[in-house]
Design a protein around this ligand. Structure first.
Ligand code: E4P
Length: 218
């Protein structure tokens, strides 16, 4: 399973990369806004800065919602760096754009996926990744993890090549559940990734080892 970090914050991306377990990055317009990145040139430069920090796929989302606009934006984003993956929303023109990019060999991430039907369409249109938003589904009292299970099962039935990228991860348990279900990728906040480190017995055990070593060595 690959680990992507879901942020546009360069310090957090560097921290995740320094851990040695990072495979890629996902961003979205809200995450870019949170970092105050605005204007075409600043946006382009920011993606290039991210690509310098991680040697793996970096999802950059289009803002247009019409086919021509998405193609224009997506081609410009893809031309920035070979690791850029064009993130396209699951809407009618988005599906057409996925097919266009796929035929051109441009990698895509189909975002805002909340149902198995949408995931089937994304795979049929040749998306490289499909992003089901599990935390947002949990937020409305359904099970995001069940959707991951359903999509993984359907993709296996037909050997679809689209990778399941579990998004909107809220905690370490989400990551473990997605791993159990065979999601290809999780994209998560740094806090959820680092949350997996923690176990009280590790801390207690380490304290005891160090205390015994100190006692034994005067
Ligand atoms: C996915 O690529 C999105 O950027 C992201 O995971 C959304 O997560 P959120 O629901 O925490 O905003």
């Amino acid at each position: 399973m690959k680990f992507f970090v879901d942020t546009a914050n360069l310090a957090q991306i560097k921290e995740a990369a320094d851990l040695g377990v990072l495979d890629g990055v996902t961003t979205n317009p809200s995450l870019m806004a949170k970092e105050g990145i605005k204007g075409e040139e600043a946006v382009r430069q920011h993606y290039l800065n991210i690509c310098k920090l991680v040697d793996g796929p970096v999802s950059a989302e289009v803002i247009s919602t019409d086919f021509e606009g998405m193609i224009k934006e997506g081609e410009a984003l893809a031309a920035l760096h070979p690791n850029i993956v064009v993130k396209v929303p699951m809407i009618e023109d988005g599906v057409k754009a996925l097919r266009y990019f796929s035929d051109k060999g441009i990698k895509t991430n189909c975002t805002l996926v909340f149902s198995a039907g949408q995931a089937i369409l994304a795979a049929k249109a040749g998306a490289t990744y499909v992003s089901p938003f599990i935390g947002r589904i949990d937020d409305i009292n359904w099970s995001g993890v069940e959707l991951i299970e359903q999509i993984v099962h359907i993709y296996q039935n037909f050997a679809f090549r689209t990778q399941v990228l579990a998004a909107s991860i809220r905690n370490p348990l989400h990551i473990v559940q997605c791993a159990e279900l065979g999601a290809d990728v999780v994209t998560c906040p740094l806090s959820a990734m680092k949350g997996m480190l923690k176990h009280p017995l590790t801390d207690i055990g380490l304290q005891k080892f160090l205390a015994d070593h100190a006692k034994n060595n005067g």
